[in-house]
Design a protein around this ligand. Structure first.
Ligand code: NDP
Length: 339
């Protein structure tokens, strides 16, 4: 690749069921040049996220489908190479919605500056970025636990879940996490201060596991996964419980529409409230969430982890790993180093 070229991943074809390497294509293209008001960014880290599976599908959703043959978008933290925007100069670190690429241009108005002295710049894609903000608002505004409440969080060792659970603990709740390995469960209870954790992969009777870990029932459930885990948590909901539906990753590769919701009957007896939410709806309050999250980190109340895969060429593997639970905390791809 020459200096005036760049690599970018494109959607080669739409997957049926679980995506494979064949759905992705790495192209070498001329390096883009920034137009008026635009900024050329060299990628340092790019974020792979479960919602991207929805963008591979040709179906209406809250995020536009990617076109076959088109470059794929991603949250990126990068270094400004060239700027035609007053707010940025070469060497600045910026974050925004760019591409699975070594370089990309964006409208400077759509980028946010990242202060490299405040925290490692990669956190702008995780705990101090979209996933952290999702965990924060989903817990404070939707699940909204009172002190002493029992809160269950699924995919608790992931980017969103690990923040959501710790925010609940900061609010004084008793927090039970669900994750797919003993190592993850130990991380939740030993390092993040969760009160208990359920390894759904080695538990035959999830109902019994939640009955045991939540002896006073469940007052709030932060759902990242759907499917059998959610079915089992619903069996323990207390009267007036709140369910914050954040994600349904167990269903993202489904080839048929799932039947259900299967447990609606339980809402009658419990008078529980189930509410879906999207982090984008909180855009005008992102600054508030970032301030609170940074404060929690500084106070030692919020810990985070990042799983980093090296090399743009390995971005599809990093993405596919999300569905196998390979990540602890935020899954990132390191594409370049700061100069
Ligand atoms: P994570 O970092 O949590 O990564 C995904 C995790 O999901 C994996 O590590 C894996 O952990 C778990 N998982 C994968 N497949 C299954 C399965 N079949 N059953 C149970 N668990 C599974 O990703 P994010 O934190 O980025 O996202 C978490 C959820 O939040 C996703 O559903 C995502 O779509 C949603 N989301 C929603 C937003 C909103 O605005 N509503 C914004 C951002 C994310 P394990 O080893 O424990 O199985």
């Amino acid at each position: 690749m020459s200096d005036n070229e760049t690599r970018q991943w494109r959607l080669a074809s739409r997957p049926t069921g679980e995506p494979t390497d064949e759905n992705f294509e790495l192209a070498t293209v001329p390096r883009p040049e920034p137009g008026p008001g635009e900024v050329l960014v060299r990628t340092l880290y790019l974020s792979v996220d479960p919602y991207m599976r929805g963008r591979m599908r040709d179906a209406e959703s809250y995020a536009e489908p990617w076109g076959v043959g088109e470059p794929m978008e991603a949250g990126v933290v990068g270094e400004v190479v060239e700027s035609n925007h007053d707010g940025f100069e070469p060497g600045d670190v910026a974050t925004g919605n760019l591409l699975w690429a070594d370089h990309a241009v964006a409208d400077g108005d759509e980028l946010r500056r990242v202060d490299p002295d405040l925290a490692p710049v990669s956190t702008a894609l995780g705990v101090l970025g979209m996933p952290g903000i999702t965990g924060f608002f989903g817990m404070t505004d939707v699940a909204d636990p009172d002190p002493g409440d029992t809160v269950v969080v699924s995919a608790a060792a992931g980017a969103v879940g690990s923040v959501a659970g710790q925010v609940a603990a900061i609010a004084g709740a008793r927090v039970v996490g669900v994750a797919g390995s003993d190592e993850k469960c130990d991380w939740l209870t030993d390092d993040l201060g969760f009160d208990a954790a359920v390894n759904y992969d080695t538990t035959d009777d999830l109902q019994a596991a939640f009955a045991e870990t939540c002896p006073d029932g469940v007052d709030a459930y932060f759902d990242n996964v759907g499917g059998p885990i959610t079915d089992a948590v619903w069996g323990q909901l207390n009267r007036n419980a709140r369910v914050a539906v954040c994600g349904q990753i167990s269903l993202y590769n489904a080839t048929e529409q799932p039947t259900g919701p299967r447990k609606l009957g339980q809402l009658i007896q419990t008078r529980a409230t189930v509410e879906g939410f999207l982090v984008g709806d909180y855009q005008d309050r992102w600054g508030h969430a970032l301030e609170r999250l940074a404060g929690f980190i500084q106070a030692g109340d919020l810990r985070y982890e990042e799983s980093v895969v090296d090399g743009l060429e390995n971005a599809p593997d990093a993405f596919l790993g999300l569905f196998e639970g390979e990540n602890v905390g935020k899954q990132l791809v390191r594409v370049g180093e700061r100069e």
